[in-house]
Write a protein that binds this ligand. Structure first.
Ligand SMILES: *[C@@H]1O[C@H](CO)[C@@H](O)[C@H](O)[C@H]1NC(C)=O
Ligand SMILES: *[C@@H]1O[C@H](CO)[C@@H](O)[C@H](O)[C@H]1NC(C)=O
Ligand SMILES: *[C@@H]1O[C@H](CO)[C@@H](O)[C@H](O)[C@H]1NC(C)=O
Ligand SMILES: *[C@@H]1O[C@H](CO)[C@@H](O)[C@H](O)[C@H]1NC(C)=O
Length: 366
């Protein structure tokens, strides 16, 4: 199980703070205007992006090996705006760490506020109460974004990695940028596909972040659920919400199937998966089509790496080998918890395990 090497004195002082002062964090919407350059992959033949059937054939074909092959790469330049929710703690801890929260597929930045359920599902609140700053971003073409670039050619892992890299660079270097201050230390907390993005960042820019927390992720992912679940073009499934999206933005078709895939029986409030489905976000076929951008070990990444998953301790332990040069590794496998682990009854346990880890790591590396 998850372990701690040493217990910092700081921990106790934070707890005293937490007990004495009613802490309220302050959150605001922020926007990062970026000029991203990325090396995306090219498939041939490309599917007809006006034909939902062809789009879904491409999607499923990518998992079964019957889709078109990757024939090369191309350098893409794209101006993009990344929207975020930035929350400041009422009482900052001495570590000065920014947590950048990266959502999974078919979610957006509101997953870190518990999809509106708040309370124990609100990662910002937990982290802010421990004195951390949090920035939850909408990845390209999610959430409150109004930009929907070509879902095959443009919205792929390498481009998403580059936008994350630039957001972090802003946070580190621009005192007059959207956050109105700079941070020396940055930790990524990522869910599911966000873990691919974080790993891609550790490969491309090993010094960009100090710590990675990857939830619902491993180096031996099981793609069966993605490969067999029913998907639709979002604009066809929910025209009232998504008619403005190109058909190459897809999402999950069935509420019950989504619930079975993302939630562990008995481990959650049954009101949550209904809202989770009704307000689900989308993703581009370029994202799931190209997962290889994060397939090699980030051998130059030396920060601290930890991650959590819903089960399978052996897989968790072995994931250490994928990050050979990290100075510290830990994992946590909460009981009775499915893939959407911050939306289960164990959410606060998970948050505590992660924050214990971050605290001891950053305290030791002071
Ligand atoms: C991005 O914006 C800059 C500044 O407005 C502009 O010069 C450039 O042509 C834009 N690039 C693309 C690829 O649209
Ligand atoms: C992958 O997931 C599917 C569906 O959950 C499961 O039936 C299968 O056993 C898993 N495969 C492995 C190798 O774990
Ligand atoms: C982002 O997620 C929230 C919560 O699930 C949802 O209400 C909102 O509609 C989503 N935005 C998009 C564009 O899907
Ligand atoms: C760790 O990093 C060094 C320097 O970049 C590299 O030479 C070495 O191969 C890496 N270790 C592993 C196990 O990959």
């Amino acid at each position: 199980m998850y372990w701690l090497r040493s217990f910092g004195l700081l921990l106790f002082s934070f707890h005293i703070h937490a007990a004495r002062i009613p802490l309220v964090s302050q959150c605001s919407e922020v926007s990062f205007r970026l000029a991203a350059v990325a090396e995306n992959v090219v498939w041939s033949p490309e599917p007809d992006l006006n034909d939902e059937g062809a789009i879904l054939d491409f999607y499923y074909g990518g998992f079964s090996g019957t889709g078109p092959p990757v024939v090369g790469t191309e350098t893409l330049r794209q101006n993009l705006t990344i929207e975020g929710m930035y929350c400041r703690p009422a009482v900052e801890n001495q570590l000065g760490v920014l947590q950048v929260l990266v959502h999974g597929i078919s979610y957006n930045k509101t997953m870190w506020s518990g999809l509106g359920f708040g309370g124990q599902y609100d990662w910002h609140a937990y982290a802010n109460n421990q004195g951390y700053h949090t920035l939850a971003i909408d990845r390209v073409a999610h959430g409150t974004s109004t930009e929907f670039p070509d879902p095959l050619e443009v919205v792929q892992g390498p481009m998403i990695v580059e936008t994350l890299h630039q957001v972090i660079a802003h946070a580190r270097t621009q005192p007059d940028g959207p956050l109105q201050r700079t941070f020396d230390k940055v930790a990524i907390v990522a869910h599911s596909y966000g873990g691919w993005v974080a790993t891609g960042l550790a490969i491309q820019h090993p010094d960009a972040v100090d710590a990675l927390v990857l939830t619902g992720f491993s180096n031996t992912p099981n793609h069966t659920v993605l490969a067999t679940s029913k998907m639709r073009s979002a604009a066809m499934l929910s025209p009232e919400r998504f008619s403005h999206l190109p058909l190459g933005y897809i999402t999950t078709e069935e509420q019950g199937e989504r619930e079975a895939n993302f939630y562990h029986p008995g481990g959650y409030d049954t009101a949550i998966p209904l809202i989770d489905y009704e307000y689900q976000d989308t993703w581009s076929i370029g994202q799931t089509g190209n997962l290889d951008f994060a397939a090699t070990s980030p051998v130059d990444y030396r920060g601290h790496y930890t991650w959590r998953l819903e089960r399978c301790e052996e897989i968790l332990r072995d994931t250490r080998d994928f990050y050979p040069n990290v100075s510290r590794f830990g994992y946590f496998a909460p009981e009775n918890t499915g893939h959407a682990l911050t939306l289960h009854y164990t959410a606060a346990l998970t948050a505590r395990a992660v924050h214990d880890f971050l605290l001891s790591y950053f305290t030791e590396s002071e």
